[in-house]
Design a protein around this ligand. Structure first.
Ligand code: IMP
Length: 221
């Protein structure tokens, strides 16, 4: 039986994205559920430090079904807006639960322009994710970035968090991100992550890139 990857997250969206990515690599993913009151979110200045702290916390809350060879996955992400010097970054969770998506849009209102190309670069932002995998007493880290820009209004539908306001830049034929205003083989056609389905988001996302980077360091399943 193949090893299970236990993903420590309370976020159903993150779980679905990781499951979509990792089942294609032959892994089975299960949610590692820990009572939120028993976990703490370290307010560190780097996503790596947060991810490693979460691995250590997960190790003290392993489920009974956890078997030899199983792995633990944690992941931490943030939205970094260029015009705000990288804010909210490691404070993304707090900022999302306080000023929210409309608050971010309001902070950028003064940057609106008529020109969609320069608007895209003035409003540039990136999602960054750090995924950490515990396996055989070792921690492997993978990182992923998704460049894009902040929409001028929210576009809901799917997704979670800042998805309704983030439009990823197009990708070339090799799935590499282009810079602002360039048209590529893969595009959300101006739609935010909140307005596309999970399969499309995973082509572009920081999370799937972090997982790709992490699992490329392991022998395949
Ligand atoms: P976390 O600490 O990794 O859970 O995420 C920090 C904040 O960023 C939370 O408010 C999340 O909802 C948000 N976030 C993380 N990943 C994504 C994403 O893929 N899309 C939209 N928002 C995200």
């Amino acid at each position: 039986m193949s090893p299970t990857i236990w993903f420590l997250t309370g976020n159903a969206g993150k779980l679905a994205e990781a499951d979509n990515h990792l089942t294609k690599l032959g892994y089975s993913v299960r949610q590692l559920i820990v009572d939120e009151e028993q976990l703490f979110e370290p307010q560190a200045t780097s996503l790596e430090v947060v991810a490693e702290s979460k691995i250590n916390q997960a190790l003290s809350h392993l489920p009974n079904e956890f078997k030899e060879g199983d792995m633990i996955l944690v992941e931490d992400a943030g939205l970094f807006v260029s015009a705000l010097d990288g804010f909210p970054g490691v404070y993304s969770s707090y900022v999302h639960s306080t000023i929210g998506n409309l608050g971010i849009i309001r902070l950028l209102n003064h940057l609106e322009t008529e020109d969609p190309v320069s608007s895209a670069s003035l409003r540039s932002a990136q999602f960054r994710a750090v995924a950490a995998l515990w396996r055989n007493d070792q921690i492997i880290i993978g990182e992923g970035v998704c460049p894009g820009h902040i929409a001028t209004e929210t576009m809901d539908g799917n997704g979670f968090g800042f998805d309704p306001i983030f439009i990823p830049y197009d990708l070339d034929a090799n799935f590499q991100p282009l810079s602002a205003g360039n048209y590529g083989e893969h595009s959300t056609h101006g739609k935010t992550f909140g307005a596309v389905d999970l399969e499309v988001k995973n082509k572009f996302s920081h999370r799937s890139r972090a997982l790709q980077n992490l699992f490329s360091q392991l022998p395949s399943a």
